[in-house]
Write a protein of this length. Structure first.
Length: 462
């Protein structure tokens, strides 16, 4: 197709310079337009070895894995083995969190759409054996409930590990085997790996990090996060073309390229139906479905998901109306800027669709009385303390703890200014964009109960 030929030519001409501009060691990109696929790779898989990226290079896809986990769950729904509205305990009786009443009522649907309400950033390492997900779920007994199930959205990695364990129990085999038997094989994937032991058989990218903010990128000291978080996105790696085979199946309402029915059409449609809205949060979508993230606030019709692991970032966008899927996989640097250039170009040229604009602080922000926002909001990884000084400037200080502190993350202090309603925005960029901070869960005159940045961090008792 002429359009795809033009996209290929653009990649060949522009991608090397864009990698240099955004300090990304290597990247691979692919598009699928009405079943025709184009792909391209540039840069290196590892700055230490200089091995070049090609179209068969595997990158980690991070939390895009959640779409695969959700698909495995919806296959069980198709088979009548799991019910969306049933408590997860109906098939996973060992599920425990600190709030027993919540644990007894949280449904499969609420886990899929991130409204289960318990603390979600739990990354306990329970080893590398086939029972690591089972052992991980057994550690959740003291995890706090932040809000009533179904009340609001809060991105939940732990919830997807619970879903992965649900799949294991119903299928009677480890999560990796479920992926292989029920997705890799029927989709005909040839360059996909569940973990380092499989990925080493291919040309595989490693992540890159900066030891300090001013230091040059270096290969990350480890390849992946803990295997116990595999259903949430710690292990899965593949080349872009294999990721687009999965995307094509969803665009074709559950049918693989060879006609194999991988997922029922009704389930494929349900996965991308709006379930819960989000505050305007910048890089995240406007809403979530049963796995899919929706970017519908600007009328784009975009759905997708992103993934971040140790020094790697992945982006997947679909425009069902135009039968189009685009993916970009990267291994370090300023990947968000590269995504907006590369994926943005493909969407404009092939579908006439622009990426949603990034939130920007107003040039003349209105004064804000921050009394309803002042306080400390906490999670398992960070304490965020909001203050307003004598000059009426508003600040949020983020203090890492737990795993974040162990990883060497440093305390940051960011000035916030007025944005929209009860949402403030960082005056300066963080990680390449101005992060909005939404304060939710309060009466008009009462203190905010949550600081929402994708995760809803609860206000601590005063």
């Amino acid at each position: 197709m002429m359009k795809l030929d033009a996209i290929r030519a653009w990649w060949e001409e522009r991608l090397p310079a864009l990698l240099e501009q955004y300090e990304v060691p290597g990247a691979a990109v692919a598009v699928d337009l009405r079943g025709d696929v184009a792909d391209h790779g540039a840069g290196v898989v590892n700055l230490s070895t200089g091995v070049e990226v090609n179209t068969d290079t595997l990158f980690q896809i991070g939390s895009i894995t959640k779409l695969w986990t959700a698909t495995l769950v919806m296959q069980l729904v198709d088979e009548g083995l799991v019910e969306l509205e049933a408590p997860v305990r109906s098939r996973l009786p060992e599920f425990r969190i600190a709030d027993e009443s919540a644990a007894a009522t949280i449904t499969v649907r609420q886990l899929l759409n991130h409204t289960a309400g318990f603390e979600g950033d739990i990354f306990t390492d329970t080893g590398r054996d086939d029972n690591c997900v089972e052992k991980y779920v057994a550690t959740l007994g003291d995890v706090p409930q932040l809000f009533s199930p179904g009340e609001l959205f809060s991105y939940n990695n732990a919830g997807y590990c619970v879903l992965g364990r649900l799949v294991e129990v119903v299928r009677g085999k480890p999560f990796g085997a479920c992926l292989r038997d029920h997705l890799f094989t029927p989709l005909g994937l040839t360059h996909a790996a569940h973990g380092a032991d499989e990925a080493i058989l291919y040309r595989t990218a490693v992540g890159h990090l900066r030891p300090s903010p001013e230091a040059p990128l270096q290969p990350a000291p480890m390849w992946s996060l803990a295997p116990s978080n595999a259903p949430a996105g710690s292990m899965l790696a593949m080349r872009p073309q294999d990721l687009l085979a999965f995307a094509r199946m969803h665009l074709d309402l559950g049918m693989a390229r060879d006609g194999t029915v991988v997922l029922g059409a009704a389930s494929a449609e349900a996965m991308r139906r709006r379930e819960v809205g989000l505050p305007r949060l910048g890089v995240m979508g406007d809403a979530w479905g049963l796995g899919w993230e929706m970017f519908d606030g600007a009328g784009t019709g975009l759905i997708g998901h992103d993934g971040t692991t140790i020094g790697q970032s992945a982006f997947l966008r679909l425009v069902p109306e135009h039968d189009l899927a685009v993916t970009l996989l990267t291994n370090g640097g300023h990947s968000l800027g590269l995504y907006r250039e590369v994926v943005g170009h493909a969407l404009r040229e092939l579908a006439g669709v622009d990426l949603p604009t990034m939130p920007e602080p107003p040039a003349a922000p209105r004064p804000v009385d921050a009394s309803r926002y002042v306080g400390t909001y906490t999670s398992s990884m960070f304490d965020n303390t909001v203050t307003q000084d004598d000059e009426h400037r508003i600040w949020v200080e983020c203090v890492p703890k737990g795993l974040a502190a162990e990883m060497g993350m440093e305390t940051t202090k960011v000035e916030l200014i007025a944005f929209e309603g009860d949402t403030l925005i960082a005056k300066e960029q963080e990680h390449g964009f101005h992060q909005p901070y939404a304060f939710v869960g309060s009466t008009p005159d009462g203190p905010a109960q949550f600081l929402h940045t994708g995760r809803a961090d609860r206000r601590t008792a005063q």
